[in-house]
Design a protein around this ligand. Structure first.
Ligand code: MD3
Ligand code: FE
Length: 215
């Protein structure tokens, strides 16, 4: 990695966001090569697709999954499913590098033994966004969600417990990991439209991995 003298924070910086939520700047960088290789393998087996929301809109974010469960949605609503509805096959296995990174990041944030069944993989092309929502399809909110940002930078909106609560803007770049646990687990959040640009390894896109313990 080339040290960036003008970065806002040094690599390895751990930034508390809210109770139970923490940004681990650059935490994924030592895993970068293994993550990108594993990502290619997963996406070859379960290509990205744009889900249709229950309201009938095509999401701007393209998604896939790995692990024993994947998050899927259609006109009927959202659910976790052991199979990819596009292929009828089980989702690709969770790559070892993915599992190790999620476990290590959760541990640093104070959540021991994090063994997620699901990794949702979001691809943001330029302009793609994720509107404000809560993640409520998991059974036990005592488990954190771990999110890994790769490729182009983005700005997370980190709100409160009501949709109308004020939002913090949290910029994230390639390699940043955020652990969302404790009381922060149920806060509203979203992603602002990804700005035009090109990342040296990933090109004109942002990839976000979210690790979830579902049941
Ligand atoms: C804050 N993904 O897939 S991860 C999602 O960058 C999702 O793709 C975004 O939100 C992305 O559901 C943001 C950040 C995230 C995940 C879970 C949270 C933020 C959270 C749970 C509570 C509070
Ligand atoms: Fe979410």
């Amino acid at each position: 990695m080339t040290p960036d003298l003008f970065a806002d924070t040094p690599p390895g910086w751990h930034e508390p966001l809210g109770e139970g939520a923490m940004v681990l700047r650059g935490f994924a960088l030592p895993f970068e090569a293994a993550l990108l290789a594993a990502l290619d393998t997963v996406i070859a087996a379960a290509p990205f697709r744009h889900l249709i929301t229950p309201g009938g809109f095509k999401m701007s974010v393209a998604m896939s999954n790995c692990g024993t469960l994947g998050w899927v949605g259609d006109r009927r609503g959202y659910r976790y499913d052991p199979r990819d509805p596009d292929s009828g096959l089980p989702w690709p296995a969770m790559p070892a590098a993915f599992a190790r990174l999620a476990l290590a990041a959760a541990q640093v944030a104070g959540f021991d033994g994090f063994t997620p069944e699901a990794c949702l993989i979001n691809r943001y092309d330029i302009g793609a966004r994720l509107s404000l929502h809560q993640d409520k399809d998991e059974l036990d909110y005592a488990h954190p969600i771990v999110s890994v940002s790769l490729g182009l930078p983005a700005v997370f909106l980190f709100g409160g417990f009501e949709r109308s609560d004020p939002q913090q803007r949290v910029p994230v770049v390639h390699g940043d990991v955020v652990v969302w646990g404790g009381p922060s687990r149920l806060r509203y959040h979203g992603v602002l439209p990804v700005k035009p640009g090109s990342h040296p390894l990933l090109g004109e896109r942002r990839i976000n991995l979210t690790f979830r313990k579902v049941r």
